[in-house]
Write a new protein. Structure first.
Length: 155
């Protein structure tokens, strides 16, 4: 028969182990790597596409902001990936496209927003090509896999 006091000791020991392990890790271990950030960016890009298709300015602005934040993170915190200056490349190739896309969404120019979205995908793919990752080709999505309605909702 198990003593009812054993579980709290086990839980306390497990928490202590996690805290000691976390304390032993360098600060950079807690920061996401390039693959993790790129995965987020791909999700935000897909949700941005669905927001643009729904002509939903609030969602498009939200996902553009998230995409911009992650792009800025790469530009400022991930100087190199292997021998490639991905931080600088992100700042030069991707962030200007995002800024132009923000302008189109703010103006409510959906046709321009659609063209800017195509430019965004081109910038992603150009970077992948330049860094030797041409196999990673971002294309417009054909379905909505998210349990989310992207249509404009009343306030």
């Amino acid at each position: 028969m198990q003593n009812r006091h054993q579980r709290p000791r086990f839980a306390t020991g497990a928490v202590a182990l996690v805290l000691l392990t976390a304390a032993a890790l360098p600060a950079s271990a807690a920061e996401p790597g390039l693959a993790t950030v790129m995965q987020r960016m791909q999700t935000y890009t897909h949700k941005l596409q669905l927001s643009l298709e729904a002509r939903n300015p609030r969602l498009a602005d939200f996902y553009l902001h998230e995409l911009e934040e992650n792009s800025e993170y790469v530009a400022e915190n991930i100087e190199r990936y292997r021998e490639h200056p991905v931080g600088e490349m992100t700042a030069q190739m991707l962030l200007p496209v995002i800024e132009r896309m923000e302008d189109a969404v703010e103006e409510g120019d959906w046709e321009l927003g659609d063209r800017r979205f195509a430019e965004l995908l081109e910038a992603c793919n150009a970077c992948h090509l330049t860094t030797g990752h041409a196999a990673i080709r971002i294309v417009p999505a054909s379905i909505n896999p998210f349990a989310q309605d992207f249509s404009v909702q009343p306030d």
